[in-house]
Design a protein around this ligand. Structure first.
Ligand SMILES: Nc1nc2c(c(=O)[nH]1)N=C([C@H](O)[C@H](O)COP(=O)(O)OP(=O)(O)OP(=O)(O)O)CN2
Ligand SMILES: [Zn+2]
Length: 125
């Protein structure tokens, strides 16, 4: 039987940004409490019945978001060439977490970046 488990964990960080070229207030300096949903997938369980420990997903994700938390995103090297939109933040997080977490049993499924309670971007490759 083919089986797939998708695991989701939630984290958050706070940062400021300004959107270059935006025709409105979002071009001005402002901040968000970003909510991040990290989803990973696997088909095999380990000997204690887990795809991967949620604590491991969180550990890797915290390592990545530590660099962004309480920062001005426009100063970050990645966002020199990428406007710090929710879309580009999602790409950055997806690839950074993927490079830490993927192995022969676990792969990234998607990242969801919530800018506020109403708007989010869901990204997958
Ligand atoms: N596709 C995207 N659209 C927008 C992004 C983005 O990253 N991707 N970002 C912004 C701004 O960062 C802005 O801060 C959004 O916040 P807000 O104005 O509160 O957004 P709302 O649409 O929910 O607010 P309203 O008051 O309903 O206009 C904008 N767009
Ligand atoms: Zn914003």
């Amino acid at each position: 039987m083919a089986q797939t488990f998708v695991l989701k964990t939630l984290l958050d960080f706070a940062s400021a940004h300004s959107l270059k070229g935006y025709p409105g207030d979002c071009a001005k300096l402002h901040g968000h409490n970003w909510k991040i949903e990290v989803q990973v997938q696997g088909q095999q369980l380990n000997d204690i019945g887990m795809v991967i420990d949620f604590k491991e997903i969180k550990r890797h994700t915290k390592e990545v978001i530590k660099e962004l938390d309480h920062s001005f995103l426009n100063d970050h090297p990645y966002f020199q060439d990428h406007n710090p939109t929710a879309e580009n933040i999602a790409v950055y997080l997806y690839r950074e977490i993927q490079s830490r977490i993927s192995d022969d049993r676990v792969t990234m499924h998607s990242i969801t970046v919530w800018e506020n309670d109403r708007n989010c971007v869901i990204y997958s490759e």
